[in-house]
Ligand binder design. Structure first.
Ligand code: ZN
Length: 112
């Protein structure tokens, strides 16, 4: 990487490349696999929820599993990118067991 690129890049991008500053506490979502389930992401959430799990914040996209009144949605935070809202939510929401299964698949690269 050139010096100019290093200066312009956002800290998260740098972290993505070298994982610098990554505390190694939260999981890194795996690279999406071919044939994965494509989740639909919308800008509407269920309401004020509680984050029950999250992926590493030193990545370009950070995912959270959010619980709201017994239903669960996955929330995605991304760096500014054309055509992608900075915060989006799965169009579908689930009960706890289902949500944990989707969360597992997302981290495994089987859904994204
Ligand atoms: Zn990390």
């Amino acid at each position: 990487m050139t010096l100019a690129a290093a200066v312009l890049a956002l800290p998260d991008v740098l972290a993505e490349e070298g994982d610098e500053g990554c505390p190694g506490i939260s999981p890194h979502p795996a690279v999406p696999r071919p044939g994965r389930t494509v989740l639909r992401w919308i800008e509407q959430d269920l309401g004020r929820g509680r984050v029950v799990a999250y992926s590493c914040s030193y990545r370009m996209a950070v995912y959270e599993l959010v619980s709201c009144a017994g239903s669960y949605q996955i929330c995605r935070h991304t760096l500014p990118c054309k055509g992608v809202p900075p915060v989006s939510w799965t169009a579908e929401w689930w009960r706890r067991e289902e949500a944990q299964e989707w969360w597992r698949r997302l981290l495994a690269g089987q859904a994204r």
